[in-house]
Design a protein around this ligand. Sequence first.
Ligand SMILES: CC(C)(COP(=O)(O)OP(=O)(O)OC[C@H]1O[C@@H](n2cnc3c(N)ncnc32)[C@H](O)[C@@H]1OP(=O)(O)O)[C@@H](O)C(=O)NCCC(=O)NCCS
Length: 186
Amino acid sequence: MDRPFLVGKKIYLRPFDMSDLNGKYIQWINDCDVTKFMDDPFPKTRENLEEYVKNISKDPNYVFFAVIEKKTDKHIGNAKIGPINWIHRRTGFGRMLCKEAWGKGYGTEAMRLMIEYAFEKLNLNRIIDHGVVDNLPSIKSNEKAGLDNEGIIREYVYSNGKYCDVAILGLTRARYDKKKRQGFFK
Ligand SMILES: CC(C)(COP(=O)(O)OP(=O)(O)OC[C@H]1O[C@@H](n2cnc3c(N)ncnc32)[C@H](O)[C@@H]1OP(=O)(O)O)[C@@H](O)C(=O)NCCC(=O)NCCS
């Protein structure tokens, strides 16, 4: 493993390098199958990605990771914690894996690692993520990672030609501690 920062069973998260832009990231981010439920519908150039990575890497309200498959040591996606609100001690999340990596439990593991890091290291009090209700892999993997279903916001995003409801999934420190006592988290 190369600079493993958060280590799971099948994947690990490490700092994102500018050299990761030489790989397939530019393909994934321009693949509509990958991005169809994500917020930003615009095509991305290499320069756009360089600027995005530079900005997010120096922003104290984000923690940005490359997701690496353990068995191949290949970069298979990215994950981020943020934006973090340090006053209210809460954060959102983001994950994007290449299509070849879907459905293998990697997204669940990445989320689980970030949840534990957010509570155990960053001392946050509340995490929240939202997913278009049609994005079942996102919602199911969040639930499997330990987030609670906290409700629905009606017609919150415009996605694939229609206004879509969004599921709110989150976890408070109290719920995290309870699940930890029950052995769900380490
Ligand atoms: C969302 C994402 C990170 C999930 O990662 P993943 O590694 O594919 O997810 P996992 O394999 O850990 O879990 C997915 C779960 O959804 C289930 N699932 C997948 N497609 C499904 C479908 N059409 N119907 C019902 N369940 C489905 C899987 O079966 C699995 O549950 P299971 O283990 O109980 O069977 C990944 O699919 C991705 O990067 N998608 C594109 C980007 C994206 O949408 N990001 C989220 C934006 S909010």
